[in-house]
Design a protein around this ligand. Structure first.
Ligand SMILES: [Zn+2]
Length: 322
């Protein structure tokens, strides 16, 4: 009897640990904005941005019965990334908050969020620097590739975008890149600094598929097999821009939109086969008569991405990175 019980318990332990040894990513459908939820192999969880509003975040956390989040990241202080995070702080216990020191002088809500984080019992705020490794799971490398960790006051959208905390996860031979809304000048700098350290199976496409991100050279370096674009249906920005779509497609990646629903990516445990598993909406098919739930893919003749709009984000990256 005891032996049977012991065998049963060890089987349970084995199955729960092998379940946990996979890494799950949920690219949430939050409308026009960004939110990505990650379950690490050690059972800890991560949320990168919270989308533009409370409702989708609330539904997701309720459906998944999430009561605690170990690591919440605000990539940069724009409302399509921080508004939903207010709900998150109201709903669940947050243990660690990762922020930049970019101050968006045009926004007030970002500092409300920062006050919420300060007021959260036992939540610690961190300001990581480019080049830092975040010790979230001993089996997963999580590296900061960009941020503004030095205080900076910013007025223009491009400058705020360029302060985005950029993270690369690496687990079981598979890279995952989250570039926030960083634009071409930061992409170029990261290429110079991190070289092959950018290569990633799955790319969360920068700035919702804006033409000012995702340059050919950057995509060549990242070499994504899968590209996820987080956009809202008929958004006022015309995201994703056709130029960015064309470049990502030319790079050989399968493109997925969050408009069709939350996209899930699973990296299996080592020795269970290394091929990641995708589940969710179907990939974008350019030959389809109607694009999946993105009705307004606009085309404007090629525009050069603005380089060095303000040197501050670039300066901080170059100074901090190894
Ligand atoms: Zn955004």
């Amino acid at each position: 009897m005891m032996r049977k019980l012991a065998a049963f318990v060890s089987l349970l332990l084995l199955s729960s640990s092998s379940l946990r040894a996979q890494l799950n990513v949920y690219y949430l459908n939050v409308g026009q904005g960004d939110a990505t939820y990650i379950e690490l192999p050690n059972g800890h969880n991560v949320l990168i941005d919270g989308g533009p509003s409370a409702a989708p975040m609330e539904k997701f956390l309720k459906d998944k019965n999430v009561t605690t989040i170990d690591h919440v990241v605000l990539t940069h202080p724009h409302s399509d990334h921080y508004r939903g995070l207010k709900k998150v702080f109201a709903m669940v216990d947050v243990k660690n908050f990762y922020d930049s020191r970019a101050e968006n002088v045009e926004a007030i809500g970002d500092n409300n969020l920062r006050e919420l984080a300060d007021a959260e019992p036992s939540c610690k705020t961190h300001y990581p620097e480019a080049g830092n490794n975040l010790n979230w799971d001993s089996r997963v490398t999580v590296k900061v590739l960009n941020t503004c960790s030095e205080p900076v006051q910013l007025k223009y959208n491009d400058d705020v975008n360029n302060c985005s905390i950029v993270l690369r996860f690496f687990y079981n031979g598979t890279g995952l890149l989250f570039t926030g809304d960083a634009e071409a000048s930061i992409e170029n700098a990261m290429m110079r600094i991190f070289k092959s350290g950018l290569q990633s199976y799955a790319l969360k496409v920068g700035h919702h598929g804006s033409r000012y991100s995702s340059t050919d050279k950057f995509l060549e370096r990242v070499a994504p097999k899968v590209a996820i674009m987080s956009v809202g249906v008929n958004n006022v920005y015309g995201h994703p821009h056709k130029e960015a779509l064309d470049r990502v497609r030319a790079a050989g990646a399968r493109i997925f939109f969050t408009t069709g629903g939350t996209q899930t990516l699973t990296i299996p445990a080592p020795r269970k086969g290394v091929e990641p598993v995708l589940a969710g909406p179907v990939p974008y098919d350019p030959s389809a008569p109607v694009l999946p739930a993105v009705q307004a893919v606009i085309y404007i003749p090629e525009v050069e991405a603005p380089m060095n709009v303000n040197g501050e984000a670039l300066k901080q990256l170059v100074e901090q990175a190894p």
